[in-house]
Design a protein around this ligand. Structure first.
Ligand code: MCN
Length: 790
C-alpha cells in the first residue's frame, strides 16, 4: 500500500486517546524500580570524587565485613574477565590517523577520569547496608591535573595513553579547496563564534537495573530502564561479557523518559548482570538524582566558528565551519557519530548553499561522557546555522524572511553538498504560515508597547531541518559508520481476529502503544482496541534497534507495514479459499475481503479464525496460522523541517527574559495522531527553551568538579517559564516509507534554541549587544547589556 492511500485510511490523522495512559494515570505503570525479584540484593557504586587521579590502593576489608554485605567488587575482580564498554558506531577519522579508542573499563583499572567514574560495586542485603559499606571502601588516590574544556584539551595532561594529545579524532566533510576559493572572492563574509553548552538529560525516572541469574538454565535476565533492549543485549554479550546472546534476556519495562540518555550500554548494567551469576542472586541498582547528574551521558558541548560567504544580494555561496566537540572522559556508545554524521551533514540546512565544508576535532576531557541527547548533533547544527543566517540578514540589511526566501531549497529531491538528499519539503510554505500565525505584522506595535514599559521586545527566527528515521544502512555506511539501523516488527493475528504487535521500537513516553495500534487497525479495518503493542523485551520481540533519532514511526512503523503486507497477502489466499475464488481476484478494504464484480465477501475475523481452525484447507498451498515478521531498513532518512518564531520581552534592568509568544510550524509528513505529535512538539520545545534560557552543565575549570550537580544549580524549565505555544503544520509526505511520515520527537528541541536567542539578540540590538551564548540567564543578559554600554 502506498503512502497516499495509507493516509486516507480510518484512524490515520485521528487524535486517538493514549491507550497507555490508563495505567500511567492510575499508578499501575511498572518501572524497573517497582520490580522486585526473589533473592534480591542491592548494589551501590563507589564513585570517584576526583576528576583525574591514579588509584594507588583500594581497601575493601572494612566494607566487606559490614552487616549484610555480600561482596565488594573492584577493578581487579573484573580485570581479564570481561571487555570494556564498546563505542558502537565508530566513524572513520578523515585525517588518515585511526580514531583513538581507549578502553572503558566496567570498574576503574588504576585510574579515574571524571568525577563519578566507577571504582567499586558493593552488594548487600539492603540498600542502606550497601550505602553504608560503600562509604567504608577506602580508596587512595594520587590526584592528577584535570581538563574540562575542549579549548584546553590539546595542552592538558593526557587522559589515555592511546590519545597523548587528548584528541580522539579529526573528521571533515565537504570540498575544502572549493569552499576556500569561493570565500576568496565573496562579496561579504559573516562570521560567528559560539558555544553550544553541555546539558544533562534528566529524565523523570532515573536509570535503574536489576541483574539476575537462573542457575537452572544458565540464563541471565536484566531489567533495565533503557531505550533499546536488543542493542543493549547485543553489545553486552558480544563485546563485554562474551556470552551467547540467547542466554541473556533484557527487559526494558515502563520507562519514565530517556531523551537519549538511556540508549547507551552503561557500566552499571554490565556489572549487575555479571555479578548476579557470581553471587547467584538478583541485584538491584537504582540511580539517585545526584548520581544521575554525575554519570548519565550528557549532551552537546561544542565550541564552533562559522563563516558564511555571500554575494551582494545575500545569496549564500559557501559555508565554512570548524567545531571542537567534547566527548568527555570515555567514548559512550554512539558518541563519535554525534558531532559528525548527525551534525556536520545537517549544516546545509534548508538552504541552497552550493559549497559547505565542516571540520570537527573531538576531544577527551575529565568530564562525564557526552553522547546523544534529544536531537543529538542536529540541535547543534541548527543553532549554529540559524544564528549565522540571522546575523547574515542583519549585516546585509535584509529581513529574516528575505534572507531565508532568497536561499531556501524549493525543488526536490535536493542533493546537499554534505551527503544528504532531501526527498520533500515546503520551506517557504512553513515560513509564510509561521509569519501569519505569529502576527509578524503586529510586532512593531507590540515592540512600542513594551518600550513604553521600559522593556525591550525582540523576534527571532529559526528554520530548522533534521535527519530522522535513523539510520539507513547504506547512507550510514557511506559516511563511515560500522552499522546501520533497521527495525523489526511482528504481527500476530489471533484466531478471534485481535492482534498483538511485537515491535523493536521502544516507547518511553512517545505513545507507540496507541499510534502503532492505529496503523495496524487502519490497515486491517479493525478497532484500535483490538490491537495490543508489545515492546521492550528481548524474550518476546524477535529483534529491535530501539528508539532514538525520531525513528520509531518511520522505521519501526514501516517494519510493521511490511509485516502487514505479508499478513494481507496470506489472508487474501485464505479468503480466496473460503470464497472459492482465485487469489488474484480478492480485494481487501475496510476489514472485508471481496471478489471483484460479485457480492461475495468475508470479514477479516473469519479469515483469522480459518487460519487457525482450517477446514478443507488447501495444505499444499497454505500453511495454517497468521503470523508474520518483517525487517525494514530505510533507503533514506526522513527530513522534518519547519520555521519557528519566538517573541521575547527583556527587562534591561534585571536581564530577565520572558517568552511572550512562540510559533512553531512543522512538516512531519503524514501524521498518525495529531494529539500525540503536538505533545511531542511541546516536550521538545520545552527542552529547547530550557537550553536557550536556563540549563547549563558546568564543571570547575581547575578541579573538574561538577558544579551543577542538583536541581538547585541546574535550572530546568517549569510551566510558568513558558508561553502558550502556537502550533501548526505543513505536509509534504516522506516519499520513501510506506506511511509518508517524518519523525516528530526531536523537532522542538532542535528548532527552538536559535529562535529564542535570535529574539533576545533582536531585543538587545538597540542597546549594542551583538552576541550572547546560551543559556540567556538573567545574569548573562544583564552582563551583556552592561558590557555593551558605551
Ligand atoms: N508520530 C505521528 N506522526 C508522525 C510522526 C510521529 O503520529 N508523522 C507519533 C509516533 O507514532 C510516535 C510519536 O509521534 O507515537 C513519536 O514518533 P517519532 O517521531 O517516530 O519518534 P520516536 O517515537 O522514535 O521517539 C524518539 C524521540 C526522541 S529521539 C527523543 S530523545 C524523545 C522523544 O522522542 N524522548 C522522549 N520524545 C520523548 N517523549 C517522552 N515523553 N520521553 C522521552 O524520553
Amino acid at each position: 500500500m502506498g503512502a497516499s492511500d495509507f493516509s486516507k485510511l480510518p484512524h490515520i490523522g485521528e487524535s486517538v486517546r493514549r491507550k497507555e495512559d490508563y495505567r500511567f494515570l492510575t499508578g499501575a505503570g511498572q518501572y524497573t524500580d517497582d520490580i522486585n525479584l526473589p533473592n534480591q540484593r542491592y548494589a551501590v557504586f563507589v564513585r570517584s570524587p576526583h576528576a583525574h587521579a591514579s588509584i594507588t590502593a583500594i581497601d575493601t576489608a572494612k566494607a566487606s565485613a559490614m552487616p549484610g554485605v555480600h561482596r565488594v567488587f573492584t577493578g581487579k575482580d573484573v580485570e581479564g574477565k570481561m571487555g570494556g564498554l564498546p563505542c558502537g558506531w565508530l566513524i572513520t577519522s578523515t585525517d588518515g590517523q585511526p580514531m583513538k579508542e581507549p578502553p572503558h573499563p566496567i570498574l576503574a583499572q588504576g585510574k579515574v577520569r571524571y568525577v563519578g567514574d566507577h571504582v567499586a560495586m558493593v552488594v548487600a542485603d539492603t540498600l542502606e547496608q550497601a550505602k553504608n559499606a560503600a562509604e567504608a571502601v577506602d580508596v587512595s588516590y594520587d590526584v592528577l591535573p584535570a581538563v574540562v574544556s575542549v579549548r584546553d584539551a590539546a595542552t592538558a595532561t593526557a587522559l589515555h595513553e592511546a590519545a597523548p594529545d587528548n584528541r580522539c579524532y579529526k573528521w571533515a566533510i565537504g570540498d575544502k579547496a572549493a569552499v576556500d576559493a569561493v570565500f576568496a572572492k565573496a562579496h561579504h563574509i559573516t562570521k560567528l563564534d559560539l558555544t553550544n553548552q553541555r546539558l544533562v538529560a534528566n529524565p523523570m525516572e532515573p536509570r535503574a537495573a536489576i541483574g539476575s541469574f537462573n542457575r537452572a538454565n544458565d540464563e541471565y535476565t536484566l531489567y533495565v530502564s533503557n531505550q533499546n533492549p536488543h542493542v543493549e543485549r547485543l553489545l553486552m554479550t558480544a563485546f563485554v561479557l562474551g556470552l551467547p546472546e540467547h542466554k541473556v534476556r533484557v527487559i526494558a519495562p515502563d520507562v519514565g523518559g530517556g531523551f537519549g540518555a538511556k540508549i547507551f550500554l552503561y557500566a552499571e548494567d554490565v556489572a549487575l548482570t555479571w555479578a548476579a551469576k557470581q553471587l547467584n542472586c538478583a541485584i538491584k541498582w537504582t540511580c539517585d538524582r545526584s548520581e544521575a547528574f554525575l554519570c548519565d551521558a550528557q549532551g552537546r558541548d561544542h565550541v564552533s566558528h562559522a563563516e558564511m560567504a555571500m554575494d551582494a544580494q545575500g545569496k549564500f555561496l559557501a559555508l565554512r565551519v570548524k567545531t571542537d566537540a567534547n566527548l568527555g572522559a570515555y567514548l559512550s556508545t554512539f558518541s563519535t557519530a554525534v558531532p559528525t554524521i548527525l551534525y556536520a551533514t545537517l549544516l546545509a540546512g534548508q538552504y541552497t548553499t552550493p559549497q559547505v565544508y565542516v571540520e570537527v576535532d573531538a576531544w577527551f576531557t575529565n568530564t562525564a561522557p557526552v553522547d546523544a541527547y534529544r536531537g543529538a548533533g542536529r540541535p547543534e547544527a541548527t543553532y549554529m546555522l540559524e544564528r549565522l543566517v540571522t546575523r547574515c540578514a542583519w549585516e546585509m540589511n535584509l529581513s529574516q524572511d528575505e534572507i531565508r526566501e532568497r536561499n531556501f531549497i524549493t525543488t526536490f529531491p535536493y542533493q546537499t553538498p554534505v551527503a544528504l538528499q532531501y526527498d520533500t519539503g515546503d520551506y517557504v510554505g512553513a515560513l509564510h504560515k509561521a509569519n501569519a500565525l505569529a502576527d509578524v505584522k503586529g510586532f512593531d506595535a507590540r515592540r512600542k508597547a513594551s518600550e513604553a514599559k521600559g522593556l525591550r521586545r525582540g523576534m527571532g527566527y529559526s528554520s530548522y531541518i533534521e535527519a530522522c528515521g535513523i539510520a539507513p544502512s547504506n547512507i550510514a555506511g557511506a559516511l563511515g559508520a560500522r552499522a546501520g539501523l533497521f527495525e523489526c516488527g511482528e504481527i500476530r493475528v489471533h484466531p478471534t481476529g485481535s492482534v498483538t504487535v511485537f515491535t523493536g521500537s521502544h516507547s518511553h513516553g512517545q505513545g507507540h502503544e496507541t499510534t502503532f495500534a492505529q496503523v495496524v487497525a487502519a490497515r486491517l479495518g479493525i478497532p484500535v482496541e483490538n490491537v495490543d503493542v508489545v515492546h521492550g523485551d528481548t524474550g518476546r520481540v524477535p529483534f529491535g534497534m530501539g528508539t532514538y533519532g525520531s525513528r520509531s514511526i518511520s522505521v519501526g512503523g514501516a517494519a510493521i507495514m511490511k509485516a502487514l503486507d505479508k499478513i494481507e497477502a496470506k489472508a487474501k489466499k485464505i479468503a480466496a479459499h473460503l470464497m472459492e475464488a482465485g487469489d488474484g481476484d480478492v480485494e481487501f478494504a475496510n476489514g472485508e475481503f471481496t471478489i471483484k464484480g460479485t457480492d461475495k465477501k468475508v470479514a477479516f475475523g473469519q479469515v483469522a479464525l480459518t487460519a487457525y481452525v482450517p477446514h478443507n484447507y488447501p495444505l499444499d498451498k497454505l500453511e495454517p496460522g497468521l503470523n508474520e515478521t518483517a525487517f525494514y531498513d530505510p533507503t533514506n532518512f526522513t527530513f522534518p523541517a519547519g520555521t519557528y518564531i519566538a517573541e521575547v520581552e527583556v527587562d534591561p534592568a534585571t536581564g530577565v527574559v520572558r517568552i511572550d509568544r512562540f510559533t512553531a510550524v512543522d512538516d512531519f509528513g503524514t501524521i498518525i495522531n495529531p494529539m500525540i505529535v503536538e505533545g511531542q512538539v511541546h516536550g521538545g520545545l520545552v527542552q529547547g527553551i530550557g537550553q536557550a534560557l536556563m540549563e547549563n552543565c558546568v564543571y570547575d575549570k581547575d578541579s573538574g568538579q561538577l558544579l551543577t550537580g542538583s536541581f538547585m544549580d541546574y535550572a530546568m524549565p517549569r510551566a510558568d517559564d513558558l508561553p502558550q505555544f502556537t502550533l501548526d503544520t505543513v505536509c509534504t509526505p516522506c516519499t520513501h516509507n510506506p506511511l509518508g511520515t517524518k519523525g516528530c520527537g526531536e523537532a522542538g528541541a532542535i528548532g527552538s534554541p536559535p529562535a529564542v536567542i535570535n529574539a533576545v539578540l533582536d531585543a538587545l540590538k538597540p542597546l549594542g549587544v551583538k552576541d550572547l551564548d546560551m543559556p540567556a540567564s538573567p545574569s548573562r543578559v544583564w552582563e551583556a547589556i552592561q558590557a555593551a554600554r558605551p
